[in-house]
Design a protein around this ligand. Structure first.
Ligand SMILES: *[C@@H]1O[C@H](CO)[C@@H](O)[C@H](O)[C@H]1NC(C)=O
Length: 322
């Protein structure tokens, strides 16, 4: 029996046990991580650079990219380092920090996605009120509310998870520190009610957001169906498609990971599922947006051309100097 004060580090679930597989995992995660950095970095630069993209939808997309960058950076580099150095430890403080930051960013991301559904709903169903409902101040308030609620949510869960004594060893059944896996290490059912209470509150909030997103999209579908011309329908709907895809990816992986029946649970399946919802969305979101959104695609192309021509000019002048 060990108690909380004697745990100085946790053991994370390793991806592989042979050296080759560890290196394979390292390179795979490095590729995914670089793709996420590049994709989200490009989206952030493009939106910051182009003034005609300074609209609520793109500001929220900017928020999403920043959150994606942050959330993938809390889990993947540590997993890569552990694979590379054949290690599975994380310090107690590191684990607390990882759990807190990941939960903060991922819940804020969910709230931002909810706000983005509202943005699309107003743009399509109440276009005349768009300017007043989604003015600069209103948007800043909503974004601040999303970040603050994510922060509060993470703070409560982190405090709760680490305030109960842990005595089931220090092996976390996941490749990063996460609330359910820390709770599994707690000693008794004594704190069960308090834990359950917090989970219920969060689950209700998450469900509320889910209902809000669904209701917004029902409204959007009905409004789009009423547009007489096929071209108009297509045009209206195409502005929602990237968001709808990103939300579906986020929710389906999240639901599957948290609500799948325990009977189909095995360590390797759990590992794959956790990669699906913690690593894949931040890497794939920029791809979905940049492929599906014509405006962003054009802006991205312009940015590329600009930097390419700058690079060529630079090259020429340095050649001339030689
Ligand atoms: C998030 O969105 C808000 C509202 O549009 C914007 O004011 C803010 O600058 C954005 N923040 C980041 C970090 O992207």
């Amino acid at each position: 029996m060990s108690n909380v004060s004697s745990i100085s580090q946790f053991l994370l679930l390793p991806f592989a046990d042979t050296r080759q597989l560890q290196l394979l995992h390292f390179w795979l995660f490095l590729g995914i991580y670089l793709a996420a950095l590049l994709g989200n970095g490009l989206i952030i630069t493009t939106i910051a650079w182009h003034h005609h993209l300074h609209t609520p939808m793109y500001f929220f997309l900017l928020n999403l990219s920043v959150l994606d960058l942050g959330s993938i950076s809390t889990t993947v580099p540590k997993a890569m380092a552990n694979s590379l150095w054949d290690n599975s430890c994380i310090s107690y403080k590191g684990c607390v920090a990882q759990l807190f930051v990941f939960l903060f960013l991922i819940s804020a991301e969910y709230y931002v996605l909810t706000i983005m559904a509202y943005d699309r709903y107003v743009a399509i169903c109440q276009p005349l009120h768009y300017g007043t409902l989604l003015g600069t101040r209103a948007c800043a308030h909503m974004a601040a509310a999303a970040w603050a609620s994510g922060f509060l949510n993470a703070l409560l869960h982190t405090a709760n998870a680490f305030s109960v004594p842990l005595c089931q060893g220090n092996a976390v059944g996941q490749f990063f520190c996460e609330v359910p896996h820390i709770l599994k290490l707690s000693c008794s059912e004594a704190n069960y009610l308090r834990k359950a209470g917090l989970t219920v509150v969060s689950a209700c909030l998450a469900f509320g957001c889910f209902v809000f997103i669904v209701v917004s999209y029902v409204g959007i579908f009905r409004a789009v169906m009423r547009i007489p011309s096929q071209q108009g329908r297509h045009k209206a709907f195409s502005t929602c498609l990237p968001h709808l895809t990103v939300v579906s990816l986020f929710l389906s992986t999240g639901f599957f990971a948290n609500l799948k029946p325990p009977s189909i649970s095995s360590p390797s399946l759990d590992l794959v599922v956790s990669v699906l919802y913690s690593v894949v969305p931040p890497a794939v979101n920029p791809l979905i947006y940049s492929l599906r959104n014509q405006e962003l695609k054009d802006a991205l192309r312009k940015l590329m051309n600009l930097s390419l021509s700058e690079a060529i000019k630079c090259l020429f002048s340095s050649v001339q100097h030689l």
